[in-house]
Write a protein that binds this ligand. Structure first.
Ligand SMILES: NC(=O)C1=CN([C@@H]2O[C@H](COP(=O)(O)OP(=O)(O)OC[C@H]3O[C@@H](n4cnc5c(N)ncnc54)[C@H](OP(=O)(O)O)[C@@H]3O)[C@@H](O)[C@H]2O)C=CC1
Ligand SMILES: O=C(O)CCC(=O)C(=O)O
Length: 477
């Protein structure tokens, strides 16, 4: 019997009413571990512990917060191989990507160690004599953090680190599919000396733990990353207790390739953006919008390189694309491949590959029309629709023809077109001659339209969500 991995509530490792098995998508017969699966009582106890611990955590000043985050960063770096291996084993990301994500998490903690010391206010004169005004930033209080499986350490890091840096206490609910990485991170935060109750881990299902967190009146804010329907439901439910919400949801990210693009660079950017991490990135390039003059050469070279990608177990040397995360996600991807054919596309790749795990060959949907479902709906797999356009203006119109607006890219040698795209595209992040996916850790992350709601994540902009503004008036007498 595998050891049971416990929740962390009020500084104690505790069991829960249920348990959940964590299995390897490269080989589901590999049982990674058994994890506590909490319920409403666990959330209530964690939120109460967090509420009790939060005031002292904030009032202790920024130095202990900065020191803790710095220690966490060093401990993640020291255990990067172990964490990266767990991440690859449970999520299916190939080991080099998993190690890079782990190091990125350490960098995020170190960045916010510095930010804890840089929370600035403003001082203004009052319109009344002898009165001074200060505009201060106060922590929200207790925040609930709900994260997806596709970046099981980077996304928790970019929510937990700013939350703690600015003096909040945390209840963290990781995705059910990837509790192993979350548990290692919780161990590190605990061992680094985080005071009891300041950080709590409650693993368990979204329907039980996630929904209870959103309803709990002791919690002042929810930061969520995941699907659009869950995000919408959270926004509706959070309104009942007037919680602040930050939602990062899907994308259907366009990558425009103009006739004047550098072909090898454009192919490399699209190969990376569409297929790396098995396409399971909200920033993935899932719409390739290609000008007619370069279209055929681009498609020929991209198809050749795509078909040469080695799909295999995440931990196997030489694998370039790991498995899809779960059987359900693979079935969903295969339904979209069938839909692409039904809608009239020519499909290259996209087959279930069999073998030990949930392997799928990457797919291109050629001849896609912007209105097709495969060009509008987020698939979240290694699939990209190719849309042919006549010129830059049509490319920009197609790029903006989406309910989403997370990331957008253009490959071009023209400064004029690059500039017009940067200004004209409706997206939160714009890439020129770079993949739409793969972002830096110290600058804002987020989108427009249906992709995001609330304040931006990451970088100094995270202060907007994790703090509230307090205006103080003092009379000198
Ligand atoms: N934009 C992005 O970054 C991501 C988008 N997705 C998209 O979402 C689809 C489904 O993936 P999935 O992981 O199921 O996404 P979900 O939105 O269902 O899950 C994201 C997180 O929310 C939790 N959750 C689920 N239901 C609720 C609820 N009612 N209240 C509060 N929290 C809840 C989940 O818990 P649990 O894991 O226990 O269900 C998980 O921790 C993917 O196919 C993809 O299209 C997925 C991941 C990331
Ligand atoms: O592209 C990246 O680096 C981040 C993507 C991401 O955060 C996501 O897919 O949820």
């Amino acid at each position: 019997m595998s050891e049971l991995h416990l929740n962390l509530i009020a500084g104690q490792w505790v069991g829960a009413e249920d348990t959940s098995e964590n299995r390897n998508p490269s080989d589901p017969s590999d049982l990674i571990g058994v994890y506590a699966s909490g319920g409403a009582d666990d959330v209530a106890r964690a939120a109460a512990a967090a509420a009790t611990a939060q005031t002292a955590w904030f009032e202790g000043g920024p130095q202990p917060r900065a020191d803790l985050l710095d220690r966490i960063a060093s401990m993640i770096e020291a255990r990067a191989q172990e964490i990266g291996t767990m991440l690859a084993r449970e999520e299916g990301k190939i080991l080099p990507e998993a190690l890079a994500e782990t190091r990125r998490a350490a960098q995020i903690f170190r960045f916010y160690a510095g930010e804890a010391l840089r929370v600035a206010g403003e001082a203004l004169p009052s319109v009344r004599p002898q009165v001074d005004i200060e505009i201060l930033r106060a922590p929200l209080g207790v925040v609930g953090l709900i994260t997806p499986w596709n970046f099981p350490i980077a996304i928790p890091a970019w929510k937990i680190a700013p939350a703690l840096a600015y003096g909040n206490a945390v209840v963290f609910k990781p995705a059910d599919l990837t509790p192993g990485t979350a548990h290692l991170l919780a161990q590190i935060i605990h061992q680094a000396g985080c005071p009891a109750g300041v950080f709590n881990l409650v693993m368990g299902s979204g329907a039980r733990v996630g929904a209870t967190l959103v309803a709990d009146p002791q919690i002042s804010g929810i930061s969520f990353t995941g699907s659009v329907p869950t995000g919408r439901g959270i926004a509706r439910a959070a309104a009942e207790t007037m919680k602040k919400v930050q939602l990062e949801m899907g994308g259907k990210n366009p990558m425009v390739v103009l006739d004047d693009a550098d072909l090898p660079l454009a192919v490399a950017a699209c190969l990376n953006g569409a297929f790396f991490s098995t396409g399971q990135r909200c920033t993935a390039s899932s719409r390739l919008i290609v000008q007619a003059g370069i279209h055929d050469a681009f498609v020929a070279e991209l198809s050749r390189q795509m078909q040469a990608l080695r799909v295999g177990p995440a931990l196997a040397e030489g694998s370039q694309i790991g498995p899809v995360v779960s059987a359900a996600q693979l079935q969903g991807n295969l339904r979209y491949v069938a839909l692409a054919r039904d809608e009239g596309c020519t499909v290259i790749g996209g087959d279930a590959l069999g073998g030990t795990g949930y392997f799928q060959s990457p797919a291109l949907f050629l001849g896609a029309d912007p209105a097709m479902r495969v060009a509008q709906e987020e698939i979240f797999g290694p699939c990209a629709a190719v849309i042919k356009v006549d010129d830059f203006d049509q490319a920009l119109t197609v790029a903006n023809d989406s309910a989403f607006g997370l990331s957008a890219g253009i490959c071009t040698g023209s400064l004029r077109h690059a500039r017009a795209f940067k200004h004209g595209v409706k997206a939160g992040m714009v890439m020129v001659n770079l993949p739409t996916a793969g972002v830096d850790y110290h600058v804002p992350f987020g989108g427009t339209k249906g992709s995001s709601h609330g304040a931006r994540e990451q970088g100094r902009h995270a202060v907007e969500f994790y703090t509230t503004v307090k205006t103080s008036y003092s009379y000198a007498g």
